[in-house]
Design a protein around this ligand. Structure first.
Ligand code: XMP
Length: 327
């Protein structure tokens, strides 16, 4: 039976057997709730929405319509992975919208971090609503709400509606199949649903994506420098056994230039900042100290492979006083 609240005596889902039992129960509940009607899901490729998609594909097949909005601020390879896993492998009914130009045009020249976040969030709802309006007969909206979202919302810390803010006239019944699970349980369930480990165990990634790692006004060239350096960092962490061990790691390319020298000529390019941190609750964060060899290798690769970068810096600041993200 579907339940709205996590039962006090519910065992933590830590084993494949417990995950399988949860999946079986939820699939029956989803079929009972949805019948032969249609469900819409904003599929970001993040852990929660991906697990919800995989669960619904199992329960109601092509009655699920997934919309993947590429806002141009995703990490290298992410939109491609969403298409490969969901359209090609799980045979999902997936609508892919490349809205990169729309988002980047709206963000052009905008320097204030909060305004940037509002534009990204607002434009996302608009693109998603436009796609939803093109579809007939959708009655349900699926969301990747998880148990901490509900607890935080009840405690007044944050609103939990992931796709909240849809226009007034768009009324859907909510489908939230992982809402009584903690994050670690969502990951175990995702693995049992056949999702790739690098999707299920991926590090946290903010909704405004690389937009908050390109401080100041976002330009396409600097955004590419963030995306390429982030890809190199992730590749090197994976090669060096740090993937899944370090809680979060990424690069930031700030909006200032400094002088350098390359092939005997003066350069005037951006620095790339590496941030690698560990935490349990994200309120307090410590810095992961990398080996000198790895830092040297990262500097060499980033300088050589990423156009526009002539200097690599490492952020040694814990939280507090610094937040994890730069804006
Ligand atoms: P800060 O920068 O506040 O970040 O120390 C704490 C954690 O939250 C992530 N983060 C976000 N996650 N939407 C999200 O889903 C956001 O807008 C957002 N901003 C920050 C950040 O990556 C870090 O893990």
């Amino acid at each position: 039976m579907a339940t709205d609240r996590r039962p006090d005596d519910m065992a933590r889902i830590t084993t494949p057997e417990l995950a399988d039992a949860f999946i079986e129960e939820q699939i029956a509940a989803l079929r009972a709730q949805i019948g032969d009607r249609k469900v819409l899901l904003a599929l970001s490729g993040g852990v929660d929405s991906s697990v919800v998609a995989a669960m619904l594909i199992k329960a109601v097949g092509d009655q699920l319509v997934c919309v993947h909005v590429n806002h141009g601020l995703l990490r290298k390879g992410e939109p491609e992975q969403v298409i490969k896993v969901f359209r090609d492998e799980l045979k999902a009914n997936l609508i892919y919208v490349d809205a990169t130009d729309r988002f980047l045009d709206k963000l052009a020249g905008v320097t204030d971090p909060e305004t940037k976040r509002k534009i990204i969030g607002g434009e996302f709802i608009e693109v998603f609503a436009e796609e939803a309006r093109k579809l007939d007969g959708i009655e349900f909206l699926a969301q990747g709400t998880i148990w901490p979202d509900i607890l935080e919302s009840e405690a007044g810390i944050k609103a939990h509606h992931n796709a909240g803010g849809l226009p007034e006239d768009m009324k859907f019944e909510l489908v939230e199949p992982v809402k009584i699970l903690f994050k670690d349980e969502v990951r175990v369930v995702g693995e049992r649903l056949g999702l790739p480990a690098n999707m299920v165990y991926r590090q946290p990634f903010p909704g405004p994506g690389l937009g908050v790692r390109c401080p100041g006004a976002i330009t396409r060239d600097r955004l590419e420098a963030v995306r390429e350096s982030d890809a190199i960092l992730r590749e090197e962490f994976a090669k060096n056994g740090l993937e899944g061990k370090v809680w979060q790691y990424f690069t930031v390319v700030p909006d200032f230039k400094s002088t350098g020298v390359k092939d005997g000529k003066r350069t005037f390019d951006w620095p790339c900042i590496i941030r690698a941190i560990n935490t349990t609750d994200v309120m307090e964060v410590t810095v992961e100290h990398l080996s000198n060899e790895l830092i040297d290798h990262l500097v060499e690769r980033i300088i050589k492979e990423v156009p526009g970068i002539n200097r690599v810096l490492f952020d040694y600041t814990p939280k507090p006083p610094a937040t994890v993200e730069y804006e």
